[in-house]
Design a protein around this ligand. Structure first.
Ligand SMILES: [Zn+2]
Length: 189
């Protein structure tokens, strides 16, 4: 039988859901799971952390942007979370990373198309804004006002870029992870 989470053909464990489980829309037909997914369902670390899994190796990711800038050899499973409570890991095991240049990036219960070249350009721009202490709302807010242009010294190209990026999901998630205070807490655990 195939696993209701990842589709793997070696499903043998019968799954009983708790009342708190709400991600039924991600499941495939049946009631059996493979051993890997059964343990992921039961262990909160798969919901509460950003992580990657390659073969049997599992590792928590504290520096998400650093990881994305320098990924290990695929294939691997990658799960990112800002909210730390969703069941997006199910989407992650359904969308393993097969090429680090282009893949489906799972963040909470969203899927974002990841293109490495675009991400690298985003990171460079993000760092230049970060050094000027540009707040998150300005980074994701579209074409800046005249007051913000004066305050941060944006040139015309930067203003146009900010306008374009307000609807770019990869940019918005990059900005969110750069500003995520929970990731800072994790570093001190
Ligand atoms: Zn599975």
């Amino acid at each position: 039988m195939s696993c209701i989470f990842c589709g793997s053909p070696d499903a043998t464990e019968k799954i009983v859901f708790k009342d708190t489980f709400t991600a039924y829309q991600f499941l495939q037909a049946g009631n059996l799971a493979c051993g890997r997914c059964a343990s992921m369902l039961g262990d909160a670390k798969y919901r509460r952390n950003c992580w990657f899994m390659k073969g049997t190796e599992w590792r928590k990711i504290d520096d998400v942007l650093g990881f994305l800038a320098n990924m290990p050899e695929p294939p691997f499973v990658l799960y990112l979370t800002l909210q730390k409570r969703k069941h997006g890991w199910i989407l992650a095991v359904q969308n393993p990373v097969l090429s680090v240049n282009r893949f489906v990036l799972v963040v909470d219960e969203s899927k974002i198309f990841f293109d490495r070249q675009r991400f690298t350009e985003h990171l460079t721009f993000l760092e230049s804004l970060w050094l000027r202490k540009v707040p998150k709302g300005v980074m994701s807010g579209g074409y800046p006002s005249a007051g913000l242009i004066r305050k941060f010294g944006f040139n015309r190209l930067e203003c146009q870029r900010l306008e374009r990026l307000q609807s770019d999901r990869l940019w918005l998630f990059t900005v969110a992870f750069k500003h995520n205070p929970k990731l800072e807490e994790n570093k001190n655990e």
